[in-house]
Design a protein around this ligand. Sequence first.
Ligand SMILES: [Zn+2]
Length: 414
Amino acid sequence: MGNNLGTTVIKAGTIIDGTGNKPFKNAAVIVEGSVIKSVERQNLDSLPTGPHVRTLDYPDGYLLPGLVDAHTHLIFGVYGSSYEEVMNNDSDEIMLLRAAKNALTHLKCGVTTIRENGARNRVTFDLREGARRGYATTPRLYLCGRPVTLTGGHFYWCNQEADGVEGVRAAVRELIKDGADHIKIMAAGGGTAITDNRRASYSVEELRAIVDEAHNFGKLTTAHCLATQSLINALDAGVDMMEHAGFIEPDGSFKFDPKIAERIAKQGVYVSPTVQTGYRQREVLLAKELELPLTIQEQNKLEALKSKCESQLEFLGRMWKEWDINIISGTDAIQIFGDYCLGLELMSQAGMSNLDVIRASTSVAAKSIGAGNIFGSIEKGKGADLIIVDHDPIADIRALRSMTMVMRAGEQIL
Ligand SMILES: [Zn+2]
């Protein structure tokens, strides 16, 4: 457990470095403190040894960079409960404890970095401060704190409602004062009871003001975009990244728009398609359907989930294959933490090669959050965020379901 002093030599049968390079055999990574000092592909006989050197040897193991989840909500993870139930039942203190548990669960699944996309009040800021003091063990945390949303907008109960150009600028300043690393914008309605995911929320002027203010502080922006109009608005405003990219029309249908995809590609906007949301719920209902008849409510829910999951996969495949859009992995872990690999399996199903799925969840994801020079690949000078798995993830991405070793910033967690 926790040893981030001195030198650690990690030998592995295969290294997949996360850059998209082909895997290479029989190599070693030398970790000094929290950083990768070198990657050795020859001279394996002259690796450092001695009483102050720790050697970990995985002759049949696959060594990869730690994984990145670019979209979480650490305060949730209460399977079967609606947002409103959680909001009404739980105090910030309970949410903080749950966030610490969720963060550790994710870390043990190999997720060494989380980009957090929205929590209530100061909960995630307090989690990060607690982790800094050693009260909790978490992945690296990149926080938005509270998402910026209009009055009564999606996630309004996180308590960062803001309206009008002046109002949203003030909200951005307040978030940055509190410690936000990036600004999350709710550009459409969503699962929040009183909102409508078929409609855009903010005006382009308001979105532009948020992006401009965030960029003034050197901070990146990402927008929750379900309604097709919200994708257009976010592109007009120059956001850096898009969550979901739902392509939901005003009548509730899902309709891919190649013109929008072309703009996403041209503007170099990263897309976190969060393909796995609803997938487990769908599986539960499908399994139940085999046993006993579903209620009308459940049937409707299942139909809605089916078309959502299918169109999400189809749109992801098209964005990837036809437009070469920068896709990254994010779970939107609302219901369950520790199910990170499911999203990778679905990306693979949607037509991405497993090598590209690994890039999307390591080096590309790190770049998308402005941390590409800090971690995300196995290269000299990068942070020592490393995982070992027993099976070949290029042959079957499900190999990433089960971790043999997890190291975050040189500290061995598992
Ligand atoms: Zn979300």
